[in-house]
Design a protein around this ligand. Structure first.
Ligand code: FUL
Length: 693
């Protein structure tokens, strides 16, 4: 019987394929199409990054390359913990920073002494890449490797010899540890470095120095299934989306041109008529920074933030690469684990019950009236079948009817991308009270698009493809009703020292504490700005929605001394005081010849142990300081240089920059901007703060 059925299905499939081809009804592909590697990578959707290096032990964002390998000692390192968390979070792989910009290698490379072999960890006998590969295997995850082309330790960096070194290391990594699904060639390069003791600035030409064409060839020979990520020059298999904040553009074409300049706009949106398939990967960290900093233990992303990232990455035709900073002891922090697991549970909860499963669906047009392209294909949970219109018809609609009025707020749609990304514009409508009500009017779809809109109750839903490059091919549609989650409030401290707590919606009440304790419904209810003493203060707050009796996660902020009596010296401009108004969106710029000084009078002597600088929050805007000197004075006459250095990674990730130093008593502080990201004469500040002991 089984044999007979198989015989018939093969027979009919043969007849069908033959007739389909003979009538030329199978659609032709349109534009570039993904390779098998790109397709299986896209289907992974979600995977982890882990950042660990010598700078984990110096509290820096980037190592300088002179850090002593003796400081590297992750005594409790357990790659199985990382793999378990990734697996339980629904991730499909892990990319490990085998070598970050410091040049320190997490494996005992034959080609350098700057590695785990000269660290106390496992008496120099350890190999983290091997432990990671083993843990990935055990947990059924794929292994990825980050190998920084910029190496601030190597004496030959900048010379041709370094390329041989780089390739030797790449060969070790791609030969000795099994299959590697993705390799990351980060493009960051601040110029300065230790470089074997030279301590100088080395400039390279990103386009030519690394000779990527030959490196790619070598990589592909060693790992034919690998995906190459690179933002150093040559186009690779996938693209960065231009930000580390966790989103790609709503319009997101998986296309770019193989050659020519890539603009910010192209990174964010792809290129509608690009000549190559180069899909976007959204990389972001579960905390603000990539490496572990204890001060960020209260800054782990909240569930609403992670859900927003999900919709803005996987829900916008991208993949999501979420980073875990590894603690100095070698483990992922329990708060990060909790956040990742709650995120996974929430995703499961939202996408648990597909409301159009088994619903009726009708199309305005079906290709050649052939059942192989029928509307039902969008609901059959088979990624290889799709609804298609006739070749010349670049628009069309589908109506899905529920058997009873249904409540929903999420719409998921997928194109059959094996034959190219096609849809340019589409809209969805709900049938409410005998009328069509527009829910969304959007541009691209691609591999997967998820739309969020206010909850609606309807009997039908209509998808209209308004324009496409050729006949649209839609392989899947799902509809969900996501539970509401409350967003924690935002806490700011004004220059007056007053605390303002801002709810993210109009219905929520806010409860807060000022003593570090966890707020409950019995804590103080927020009405208006709270007056506080000018001292340090720890504020915790939560939102509560009385209609649903739901509470948000707790927002926490630790503020240093109030800035009530602070003055900006030598500046008339009142706008300047925006740098201490607690509002990260307001910014003030100085435009004069570099170096540019910012001098503040704190009103009285304070015991300073550090300072903080928040750059302009507009990504890659003018005046973002990269190199600085920090001076203090007791009388505004004699100044003492107390700290100097770089604000690493500020170009891609404009976060609070925190710098610490030994206690010093001072009333006046001076931040001297030596250089900015654009090498011109602007210094911009969103906020300035001090750290007192
Ligand atoms: C950036 C690097 O400079 C960061 O340190 C981090 O590794 C991130 C993923 O890429 O460009």
């Amino acid at each position: 019987m089984i044999l007979k059925r198989n015989f018939f299905s093969v027979f009919f499939l043969f007849i069908f394929s033959f007739s389909a081809f003979s009538q030329r009804i199978v659609p032709e592909s349109v534009g570039p199409i993904p390779t098998e590697n790109q397709l299986s990578w896209q289907e992974m959707e979600y995977y982890a990054f882990v950042h660990l290096s010598v700078n984990t032990y110096t509290d820096m964002s980037w190592g300088f390359g002179n850090e002593d390998p003796q400081i590297f000692n992750p005594t409790e390192l357990d790659c199985r913990q990382w793999a378990r968390i990734a697996k339980e979070s629904g991730m499909k792989g892990i990319i490990l920073t085998a070598k970050h910009h410091s040049g320190f290698c997490l494996w005992p490379s034959k080609y350098t002494e700057y590695s785990v072999k000269n660290s106390p960890w496992k008496n120099g006998k350890g190999d983290i890449v091997q432990e990671m590969a083993d843990a990935c295997k055990e947990y059924g995850l794929k292994l990825g490797i980050y190998l920084s082309p910029w190496d601030r330790n190597h004496p030959d960096y900048g010379k041709p010899e370094y390329i041989t070194y780089f390739r030797n290391q790449l060969t070790e990594l791609l030969t000795n540890y099994g299959d590697v699904f993705e390799v990351w060639f980060d493009g960051a390069n601040g110029g300065d470095g230790y470089y074997g003791g030279a301590n100088e600035t080395r400039k390279i030409n990103r386009e030519t120095y690394y000779d990527w064409a030959n490196t790619y060839k070598m990589v592909r020979d060693l790992q034919p299934k690998i995906m190459i990520w690179n933002d150093n020059g040559d186009r690779a298999d996938l693209r960065w989306v231009g930000t580390e904040a966790g989103y790609v553009g709503k319009t997101n074409w998986s296309l770019l041109n193989a050659t020519g300049k890539v603009t910010e706009d192209m990174l964010r949106h792809g290129l509608e008529n690009g000549d190559s398939w180069v899909p976007g990967e959204v990389n972001t960290s579960i905390r603000p920074e990539w490496f572990y900093h204890k001060r960020e233990d209260t800054k782990v992303k909240t569930l609403p933030e992670l859900m927003t990232i999900y919709y803005n990455s996987i829900g916008r035709n991208g993949t999501l690469l979420l980073n875990f900073p590894i603690m100095p002891n070698g483990l992922i922090h329990e708060k990060d684990e909790k956040a990742a697991l709650e995120f996974a549970q929430e995703v499961k909860r939202v996408f648990a019950s597909n409301l159009v499963k088994g619903a009726k669906v009708e199309a305005s047009n079906v290709r050649a009236n052939h059942s192989s392209f029928s509307a039902e294909n969008v609901l059959d949970a088979d990624k290889n079948t799709y609804w298609a219109t006739d070749e010349q018809i670049k628009s069309g609609s589908l109506i899905i009817s529920f058997d009873k009025p249904t409540v929903f707020n999420r719409f998921l749609i997928q194109e059959y991308i094996k034959l190219g990304q096609r849809v340019k514009t589409f809209k969805i409508e709900a049938y409410v009270n005998q009328e069509w009500k527009e829910l969304a009017n959007e541009t691209t779809i691609g591999y997967k698009r998820i739309l969020c809109f206010p909850t609606v109750e309807a009997t039908k839903i209509r998808l209209t493809i308004l324009d496409a490059k050729s006949c649209p091919l839609i392989s899947n549609i799902e509809v969900y009703n996501a539970p509401q989650i409350l967003t924690p409030p935002k806490i700011v401290r004004k220059q007056s020292g007053n605390i303002e707590i801002i709810a993210s919606d109009l219905e929520s009440e806010i409860y807060y504490t000022l003593d570090g304790s966890t707020p409950t419904l019995n804590s103080s209810k927020y009405v208006s700005e709270v007056k506080t003493a000018a001292t340090k203060i720890e504020v915790k707050a939560m939102a509560y929605n009385p209609a649903t009796a739901k509470t948000s996660a707790i927002a926490e902020e630790k503020f240093d001394i109030a800035k009530k009596n602070w003055k900006i010296l030598g500046v008339e401009d009142k706008e300047a005081y925006q740098i201490m108004d607690g509002d990260s969106n307001s910014v003030w710029h100085q435009n004069k010849e570099m170096p540019i000084d910012l001098v503040l009078d704190l009103g009285k002597k304070e015991n300073l142990v550090g300072f903080r600088y928040l750059p302009d929050q507009n990504l890659r805007f003018k005046g973002i300081i990269t190199n600085y000197e920090f001076y203090v004075s007791t009388d505004n006459k004699v100044w003492k240089l107390i700290n100097a250095g770089e604000f690493s990674n500020i170009n891609n990730n404009p976060l609070w920059q925190t710098k610490s130093f030994k206690t010093v008593k001072a009333r006046y502080i001076k931040l001297k901007a030596l250089k900015n990201t654009k090498n011109d004469n602007y210094a911009g500040y969103s906020e300035i703060d001090v750290i007192t002991d």
